[in-house]
Design a protein around this ligand. Sequence first.
Ligand code: 8YV
Length: 331
Amino acid sequence: MTRPTVFIARQVFGDIVDRLRPHFDVRTHDGDAPLTQPALIAALQGCAGVFITGSEKIDAALLDACPQLKAVCTMAVGYNNIDVPACSAHGVVVTNAPGVLTETTADFGFALMMATARRIAEGERFLREGRWKHWGVDMFAGGDVHGATLGILGMGRIGQAIAKRGHGGFDMKVAYHNRSHLPAESEVSLGATWMTLPELLRAADHLVIVTPYTPETHHLVGAAQLALMKPTATLTNIARGGVVDDAALAEALAAGTIAAAGLDVFEGEPVVNPALLALRNVVLTPHIASASVPTRRAMANLAVDNLLAALGVGPDAGKPPTALNPEVLRS
Ligand code: 8YV
């Protein structure tokens, strides 16, 4: 019997890819940049499974062009780059990587919020540029984090992990908006209060956005929402570009509608809106919230666990641990 072929769409830890070799013919794209769509489709010819990241787009056109594909396994928790209903319609199981990156991503979200509130990046640029001539009373004076109101938009695993840091570590008041309310005991342990989105925007000293990107959350925060925020407030986005209207955000930052922003994700990334690049009061990082070595390894390992199980190998054969459309395997 011929062994199934799988494709690893990005350069990823070699020892983790090696876990697949006893079971499959493994093809790899040994580049750090994503393939173009035609190159991805060409590489997937004859493949039963693919390991992807958050960058590769899996849509109906690709699925039509790759009829042997049975499993799409991403090492990301977010899966807005994958058309899951189209995969189900093509009999393709999709898995993502929830859980393993929660704490690392929450650490980063909190760090970015703090860097934004306390103007750390601005101060660092000033020093490096040789502009520090004397200490000043209000030099880079920002807002306080401890005791402030932390607003969390999207209260899933990562949102709750950020709430835990704010409530337990920094004595913050925690307010959140989410489609569903947390169970009462979680609200108590996190000190968290549910609010409507307008209420949250008005209340937050530091708004952290962690909601998945879907058609419903496209430009959830735009000019009208920013106008509700305090002029001293900060906004941190570690969710996805597109949840925030970046052009409206740049205008709000320039006009002083809000004080500052911390952004790890962008509309159209890796291209960043030039209006954001021109501002002093925004901290910009290149989509690295989950980037600790142990966590990136855990994400890749989970994608491999899923790929093995989805293609019928190992103790979880037929039951990938984190499938998004497990019904495909039951039918
Ligand atoms: C990843 C992410 O860095 O998991 C996600 O959804 O946004 C990040 O953790 C990236 O998408 C991995 O491909």
